[in-house]
Write a protein that binds this ligand. Structure first.
Ligand code: ADP
Length: 734
């Protein structure tokens, strides 16, 4: 305002002075103009006024400039304040004495401070004035000191409690400010709330650590490759799995790694082709690689996509050697089980909810069905015989859950053709596609049932047989006993009869004498017949009981046979039959029981006589075969039919019962002959033709005993040879 007045006054003065100087002879009444040359005075005055004016103008310009500058500064300060207040970080200015000068809105808000109530207060005053600030002040003061001493910024993180009670992590920077002369000017503190950032950073770091740990701990080998085929990352397992040396992995060149690993593979070219394809085609794929040393890896490749851009590929490798081996073993074992089930002779059925879902071939066969598939989908109870339907139904319902085992039971099934089959079934349950399935193993026991019945019958029969044998034994014993009992009175009768013969000799001839002789002869003959039967029965009993022994002695067999033949010659020839004896050897010494040989010969000769007619012939021959001797008795009698030739050697067997009337006999003779021959280790054969005659051939081994082994023959027979012949020939009516 002053300047303006000076300015206006000066301007007025200059105009007035200039006007005065310009008018010649002017009559101004002002002193100066009157006293001095008016022009010079006017000029100096004008100059003075001009300088004054210029000075004023300069002064005015400066004032204007300063005003502009002051205004600009005010605006800049305003902007700065706005800026500082707008900052999310808090800002604090303290003067060189540590008194709070300025704070921004963030700090005001954080501690709910008034706009100016902090100004000019020291830390201690403020802490007392605003207890919420106490913690912050105490923490900051330490770093203020550090900043002053170090003359440089101090950065630190601290947790502080804000006015609203939340705990925040702050990143502080304390900036010491100095004057140009190095004296303290003030200190500025910047505080940034990094609670959330820290959380995020921690979370990120944690995530990365988790990822790294996962990568390292994973059971798969992992490699990440960029588009330019550089290895971006891998886990240690990857390196171990492919046995990659450290020097090679350090190249981070995926192609070099591929070259190296390919050498370990069975078909490297196929694998390489697949790898190249993965890089060329955007796809996710898996591949199984087989190593020369037997390892098997499953390789999985997936594109590495970041914000929809493929940046490379992630490869993962899983060692599936064990899994593959187990899979193979499992499939082999499955195959074995399948075959076992298929080929099982037992029928195997599987059912779910009472419906058949599987049958093996034996199962189809059991039910009389051609194809096991025919049984699928059919209710299993449909094949159960109605008598067993309820029990089967109950049994199936009792199966509850997995692994129930039902005991072995017997049932009957109905075949497709309506036939009934006895079965034995064992069932168990198992889990199949989330349901309870029943596995039944069925065995056809019809055969076993039949066998069991047969066995039962056999047991009954064998019991009967044993009873029969026992009965037979009793019978034989009875025969033996009774035979012995018969022999004594028979011998007495025979003795008496001989006495009669003897007495009769002295009686004069007469009609009665002849009659008596005739009846005595009949009596005698029948006694002999009875005696023969009794002897045979006794012998057979002894043979059966194993008590019939032969007494071997070195004897001339030719002589024995010849003598016994000759001794019956009279009997035979009296019947009108020709008897011939022929031998190719004069003498043959061998171990034999002469009595038994005689018995054999007498039996054969008596049979030959019995079954021949007058005019026929009987021929006894001896043939020396070196180590064997063949004795044959041939007749030209009725002969024996072929079908009876074997049975006649069996006890009580005769060719035809009808002959018995003509040819008496018991059917025991030949069986005793056979036994006697066998006791001599020989055998007996028959050659015969029905109607043509018979030939019995005995072959005995020629054995000669050393002297000391020859039996001491005890003749315990009290019958004379004649008597023995009479007995053997007693069947023949002379
Ligand atoms: P048997 O005491 O009945 O003669 P054998 O055992 O000596 O008993 O003979 C058994 C049967 O063999 C005789 O009943 C007879 O049918 C038959 N047989 C034995 N020898 C002859 C033969 N030489 N010719 C025909 N049949 C004979």
């Amino acid at each position: 305002m002053k300047l303006k007045i000076v300015y206006v006054f000066s301007l007025f003065f200059i105009v007035f002075s200039t006007m005065g100087a310009g008018l010649k002879n002017s009559t101004y009444k002002y002193g100066l103009f009157i006293q001095y040359d008016q022009n010079i005075v006017k000029f100096i005055l004008a100059l003075f006024l001009l300088i004054l004016l210029l000075t004023n103008i300069i002064l005015l310009v400066n004032i204007k400039r300063r005003k502009i500058a002051e205004k600009a500064q005010g605006e800049s300060e305003e902007r700065l304040r706005t800026l500082i207040n707008g900052m999310p970080d808090f800002v604090l200015f303290k003067d060189e004495a540590g008194k709070w000068m300025e704070i921004n809105d963030s700090l005001i808000k954080m501690f709910k401070l008034g706009r100016t109530d902090y100004k000019g207060k020291s830390d201690a005053e403020l802490a007392e004035y605003k207890p919420a600030l106490k913690e912050l002040i105490e923490k900051l003061v330490v770093y203020d000191e550090q900043a002053w001493i170090s003359k440089s910024n101090v950065n630190f993180e601290e947790f502080i409690m804000t006015a609203d009670g939340s705990r925040r992590l702050m990143d502080f920077t304390t900036v010491p400010l100095f004057h140009a002369d190095g004296s303290r000017k003030g200190i500025m503190v910047l505080g940034r709330d990094i609670t959330d950032r820290k959380h995020t950073k921690d979370a990120l770091q944690k995530n990365e650590e988790v990822l790294r740990a996962t990568l390292n701990a994973t059971a798969d080998g992992i490699m990440v490759v960029t588009n330019d085929r550089k290895v971006f990352d891998f886990n240690p397992l990857f390196q171990r799995m492919w046995r990659i040396p450290q020097s090679l992995i350090c190249t981070f060149d995926e192609r070099l790694l591929l070259d190296y690993v390919s050498t370990q593979l069975e078909k490297p070219e196929v694998f390489r082709e697949w790898v190249e394809e993965c890089y060329n085609v955007y796809k996710t794929d898996s591949f199984t690689v087989y190593f020369k040393d037997g390892r098997i890896y499953e390789v999985h490749s997936e594109p590495l996509v970041k914000k929809n851009v493929v940046e490379g590929r992630v490869w993962s490798y899983k060692d599936i050697t064990v899994r593959k081996r187990i899979e193979k073993e499992l499939s082999e074992s499955e195959e074995r089980y399948r075959r076992l089930v298929e080929l099982s002779p037992d029928a195997i059925y599987m059912s779910v909810d009472g419906v058949n879902i599987f049958s093996n071939i034996a199962g189809a066969k059991l039910l009389g069905v051609d194809d096991p598939k025919e049984l699928i989908g059919k209710p299993i109870l449909g094949y159960v015989y109605y008598d067993y339907y309820d029990s089967s139904n109950k049994k199936l319902r009792s199966i509850n859950g997995d692994k129930t085992v039902l005991p072995l039971i017997e049932e009957k099934l109905i075949k497709k053709d309506g036939g009934i089959v006895d079965i034995e079934v064992a069932s168990t349950s198992f889990e199949y596609k989330g349901k309870t399935a029943i596995l039944s193993v069925v065995r056809d026991v019809s055969e076993r049932k039949r066998t069991e019945e047969l066995k039962k019958k056999m047991e009954e029969n064998s019991k009967l047989l044993m009873e029969a044998i026992e009965y037979d034994k009793l019978k034989t014993e009875f025969f033996a006993n009774i035979s012995y009992e018969f022999r004594t009175p028979l011998n007495i009768i025979l003795g008496a009869q001989q006495l009669f013969d003897y007495v009769l000799k002295d009686i004069v001839d007469g009609e009665n004498k002849q009659k008596i002789e005739k009846y005595l002869k009949i009596m005698k003959q029948n006694c002999y017949r009875l005696l023969r039967l009794v002897n045979n029965l006794i012998d057979i009993t002894r043979i059966d009981a194993g008590f019939f022994n032969i007494q071997l002695k070195n004897r001339d067999i030719v002589n024995i046979v010849e003598e016994i033949t000759l001794s019956v010659a009279e009997y035979i020839e009296n019947k009108g039959i020709h008897l011939l004896f022929d031998t190719d050897v004069e003498e043959k010494l061998m171990a034999c029981d002469a009595d038994k040989i005689e018995r054999i010969m007498l039996n054969l000769l008596s049979n030959a006589t019995k079954f021949t007619e007058p005019g026929d012939s009987i021929e006894v021959t001896i043939e020396d075969k070196g180590d064997r001797v063949a004795i044959s008795v041939r007749d030209t009698g009725i002969g024996i039919p072929a079908d009876k030739q074997q049975i006649i050697f069996e006890r009580f067997r005769q060719v035809d019962k009808s002959f018995i009337r003509n040819h008496e006999g018991s059917g025991i003779g030949l069986s005793i002959v056979k036994s006697l021959v066998e006791l001599h280790k020989g055998d007996i054969k028959l050659e015969s033709e029905w109607g043509e005659g018979s030939k019995f051939i005995i072959e005995l081994p020629v054995l000669v005993l050393p002297d000391e082994l020859e039996a001491e023959i005890v003749d315990n027979t009290y019958q004379s040879k004649i008597e023995r012949i009479n007995v053997e020939f007693s069947d023949i009516y002379l």
